[in-house]
Design a protein around this ligand. Structure first.
Ligand code: MG
Ligand code: MG
Length: 257
């Protein structure tokens, strides 16, 4: 049984949500051909610490960085590196904060310079599938309603949904129950309750849904090496309409993509 958060807890989680959202926007300002992914990580870690928070991914089960940075065929959990971003790449940036005893967690996939039309479509559809999922995250629905909304939308464009990874509850711990799969059947799974805080994070592949784990034990790649996109927001389940605790507004209102 998942305990809903109190309004006091939600207020602290909102502070985390704003901070991860602003951090992603800081990173987004730098994304361009010629920049290394380590540089993106450095800027994010500095920004998070300057706001009195802790980058929660750093050291999480041994993860070596503040951000997961996943380029092109890497679905999630890529390590920042000396890889130099180039025109036409896409880069998924996943960011977590720990502040005042609670967690924030969000991700955005940025195009690097101009991307081809199929790639632009993958980004748009993945982000829209997240919003479809959020629309389904209302009290009285079930977890399967979220997954169904994401999956049916993404697949209607011929894209595929990664099965091995999923969204999650969030609170004092970054990963809490329930799991939030990006596929599912309407009316299946745990019931959504007012005050439940969850991260919805579709990982959508341009090609097949198959993935494999890199030798480093972290980076998840598409098996066909086609591109994969990933967007994540933290929301509170409410009656009638979910409330977003994080937002892409800082990214999309400050930087033109
Ligand atoms: Mg995340
Ligand atoms: Mg997450």
């Amino acid at each position: 049984m998942v305990k809903p958060k109190t309004e006091e807890e939600i207020a602290l989680m909102r502070e985390n949500g704003i901070l991860v959202s602003k951090t992603l926007a800081e990173v987004g300002k730098l994304v361009a051909p010629g920049v290394t992914t380590l540089e993106l990580n450095r800027v994010a870690e500095t920004f998070i610490r300057d706001h009195g928070a802790i980058p929660s991914f750093l050291g999480y089960e041994g993860f070596p960085a503040a951000l997961c940075i996943s380029v092109n065929d890497v679905v999630v959990h890529g390590f920042p590196s000396d890889y130099v971003l180039k025109e036409g790449d896409i880069v998924s940036v996943d960011c977590g904060t720990y502040y005042k005893g609670y967690n924030g967690d969000s991700a955005y996939t940025f195009p690097v310079g101009e991307v081809d039309a199929e790639t632009r479509k993958l980004l748009d559809v993945t982000k829209d599938s997240l919003y479809r999922g959020i629309q389904a995250a209302v009290a009285g629905n079930r977890i399967g309603d979220i997954g169904h909304a994401v999956q049916s939308y993404a697949e209607s464009f011929g894209f595929s949904v990664v099965r091995e990874l999923e969204g999650h509850g969030i609170g004092k711990k970054m990963h809490e129950n329930p799991g939030v799969p990006n596929y599912g059947r309407k009316g299946n799974g745990p019931q959504l309750v007012d005050g439940m805080t969850i991260c919805i994070e579709p990982m959508i592949n341009a090609g097949s849904k198959s993935v494999y784990l890199a030798k480093n034990g972290w980076a998840v790649h598409t098996a066909d090496h086609k591109k994969s996109a990933h967007y994540e927001l933290t929301v509170v389940v409410r009656k009638g309409q979910a409330e977003q605790l994080s937002t892409f507004d800082f990214i999309e209102n400050n930087v033109k993509f």
